[in-house]
Design a binder for this molecule. Structure first.
Ligand SMILES: CCCCCCCCCCCCCCCCCCCCCC(=O)SCCNC(=O)CCNC(=O)[C@H](O)C(C)(C)COP(=O)(O)OP(=O)(O)OC[C@H]1O[C@@H](n2cnc3c(N)ncnc32)[C@H](O)[C@@H]1OP(=O)(O)O
Ligand SMILES: NC(=O)C1=CN([C@@H]2O[C@H](COP(=O)(O)OP(=O)(O)OC[C@H]3O[C@@H](n4cnc5c(N)ncnc54)[C@H](OP(=O)(O)O)[C@@H]3O)[C@@H](O)[C@H]2O)C=CC1
Length: 515
């Protein structure tokens, strides 16, 4: 029997961000391995016209939870959705709910965050810093609390090259930032944002660093740990390979590549692609929860959940493997044939952008206009390239994260726990993982049917023929124009033709003699 699974039995667990990518996989694993847990409280807000209950039902009815329903048939009774909005100062939790949460919770997993890189600083501070502060305050009033696990990001200190499992000081105290967000207006915040974030690439990493500092300063006597995952990708093994449900991290760009919109990227092929499967992050997080509650380490331990130092993959290799997978498993209705030119050179990037992105988009929009339809490709391309520019920072650098605490924790696990809560990234086979990732994107994100693969292949063949035809026509036109306008081009052409003729005649003469 797994010690960790047994530990969560009978527990009341509070999860924030349970409707997100990581939160859903965390909940799934908890129910599957500890079906006898008492209750999982999830802080949820209504969204897209759905009530809390409808959101929960949608999650439970998804493919991700199929196995859970077998081992824990009464799972719906064990989830308690609590209305909350972490954007509100009081988190908008009702008095009755608050009483229950305070008196019953044993473990808190704080996953909620805004992960958008371009979020307004006020909003990012509210969610990633102030809400964390409020949750810590709540946690300090929970008499039965055994551990508070805060999910941060390995990129919270991405202004450094080597990152240890420690909290680094922030140039401006989080409290001062929180206070200033209350009285500064949006225009002033916009103006001072670049100065405040300094050498951080965006408001996301900046506020995640502030959030860690808040945990450090205001954690008091709580039993706290911080988990820092790198770029979280689709599931590796559990509950099944390749599950993914949003565009974050590499997923969006893999779609854009598979659909033939994105054909070149400013990326350093030899930079480490520090992607980490979401099930590895979840296994480590649950092991950290157990260890923090049972061992009660004297200080707040930070755990890096990264792949680069133990089993590195590189962007070049990832791009190559993604393309190879498209040969076998193409996406439907591609705009162009998938291609991946990775270059770290800015000039080459601009050339590729003009030739591979803008030119086809403009030609296609021209065609749409001619056929009486609304042009849309240049607009789409504009958005895509803006998104790419936001991600470029992370695909042109490599970082080194030390993983001493994570390795220490692995050594404390029994062989059974190492199997059930496996977070050993050395066992991951990247080629297999990437193939399943692409397959997962096709099935769970794009909702494409596997039966459509032959048709998709046929479509790609047609696109290849159009491509060859188009290039040949372009070459012929260029040649014709050149010949018509330049005496020099004509001279060169006649020289080449007469040279070829003489060359061939030289070989033809002896062969004629033999006959
Ligand atoms: C040709 C070569 C190909 C090679 C082959 C391929 C090989 C694979 C190579 C892969 C290299 C991957 C590098 C990943 C590096 C990640 C590093 C993370 C590090 C930190 C990790 C963390 O600790 S944190 C979690 C990550 N956090 C995000 O990853 C949020 C991103 N996101 C946003 O920060 C906002 O979204 C943003 C984008 C600002 C727009 O913001 P915005 O306000 O302008 O507009 P919107 O948000 O409305 O998005 C407008 C439309 O972009 C769609 N979209 C949203 N995200 C998208 C996304 N990632 N890729 C594509 N498309 C995306 C969206 O779905 C909309 O599409 P639509 O309109 O059709 O619905
Ligand atoms: N994905 C990644 O690549 C990485 C993620 N992380 C960290 O992991 C954690 C989870 O990320 P991930 O699951 O990918 O992110 P998602 O964007 O998928 O999920 C974010 C969660 O936060 C909730 N949330 C956002 N705003 C509010 C609000 N105002 N009130 C209540 N809940 C709110 C969302 O709820 P709703 O559904 O209502 O929007 C959702 O459940 C984050 O802390 C992130 O920083 C770290 C490294 C990489």
């Amino acid at each position: 029997m797994s010690t960790i699974a047994a530990f969560y039995g009978g527990k009341s667990i509070l999860i924030t961000g349970a409707t997100g990518f990581l939160g859903k996989v965390l909940m799934e694993k908890l129910f599957r391995t500890s079906p006898d847990l008492k209750v999982i409280y999830i802080l949820v807000r209504p969204k897209a016209g759905q009530t809390l209950q409808q959101r929960v039902v949608q999650i439970l009815n998804s493919k991700l939870f199929e196995k859970v329903k077998e081992v824990c048939p009464n799972v719906h009774e064990k989830i308690r959705a609590v209305y909350a909005d972490l954007n509100q100062n009081d988190l908008a939790i009702s008095k009755g709910d608050m009483q229950e949460l305070l008196s019953c919770t044993n473990i808190v997993f704080h996953c909620a965050a805004t992960v958008r890189f371009n979020d307004h600083l006020r909003h990012a501070v509210q969610l990633n810093v102030t809400a964390t502060q409020k949750l810590l305050l709540m946690a300090s009033q929970m008499p039965k609390l055994e551990a508070f696990i805060h999910i941060s990001t390995a990129f919270s200190n991405c202004n450094l090259k080597h990152i240890d499992e420690v909290i680094y000081p922030c140039p401006v105290e989080p409290k001062k930032i929180i206070d200033s967000m209350e009285w500064l207006d949006d225009a002033i915040i916009d103006e001072i944002t670049p100065k405040l974030i300094g050498d951080q690439p965006n408001t996301y990493t900046y506020t995640k660093a502030l959030g860690e500092m808040v945990v450090h300063q205001e954690g008091g006597n709580l039993n706290i740990a911080i988990v820092r995952p790198s770029i979280v990708g689709a599931t590796w093994q559990e509950p099944f390979p390749g599950w993914v449900d949003n565009l974050n991290g590499p997923s969006g760009l893999i779609i854009a590549t598979g659909k033939g919109f994105l054909r070149a990227l400013r990326a350093t092929p030899m930079a480490v692609a520090d992607v980490i499967p979401v099930d590895i992050v979840v296994n480590l997080t649950l092991a950290v929860g157990w260890y923090t509650a049972v061992q009660r380490p004297k200080s707040t331990l930070i755990y890096h959940c990264t792949s680069g130092n133990l089993n590195p993959c590189y962007w070049g290799k990832m791009g190559f493997q993604v393309l190879a997978t498209f040969e076998k498993i193409p996406f439907e209705r591609a705009f162009r044939r998938p291609n991946a030119d990775l270059t770290s050179n800015t000039f080459t990037t601009q050339y590729w952008n003009a030739v591979s992105h803008w030119a086809p988009a403009i030609i296609y929009d021209f065609y749409l206009r001619l056929t009486g339809r609304k042009p849309r490709m240049t607009k789409l391309m504009n958005r895509l390239l803006r998104t790419v520019s936001m991600l470029e920072y992370f695909i042109n650098r490599s970082w080194e994260w030390s993983t001493c605490n994570t390795e220490m924790l692995m050594s404390k696990l029994s062989p059974e726990d190492q199997r059930v809560f496996n977070f050993d990234v050395r066992q991951l086979n990247w080629l297999e993982y990437i193939e399943n990732y692409v397959l997962g994107i096709k099935k769970y994100l794009l909702k494409e049917d596997m039966a459509g693969i032959p048709k998709a292949k046929q479509h790609l063949k047609r696109l290849r023929n159009i491509h060859y035809l188009f290039n040949t026509a372009l070459l012929l036109i260029a040649w014709r124009l050149l010949m018509a306008r330049s005496q020099m081009a004509r001279n060169v052409w006649f020289f080449i033709v007469s040279f070829c003729y003489k060359f061939l005649s030289y070989f033809r003469a002896p062969s004629t003699l033999k006959v």
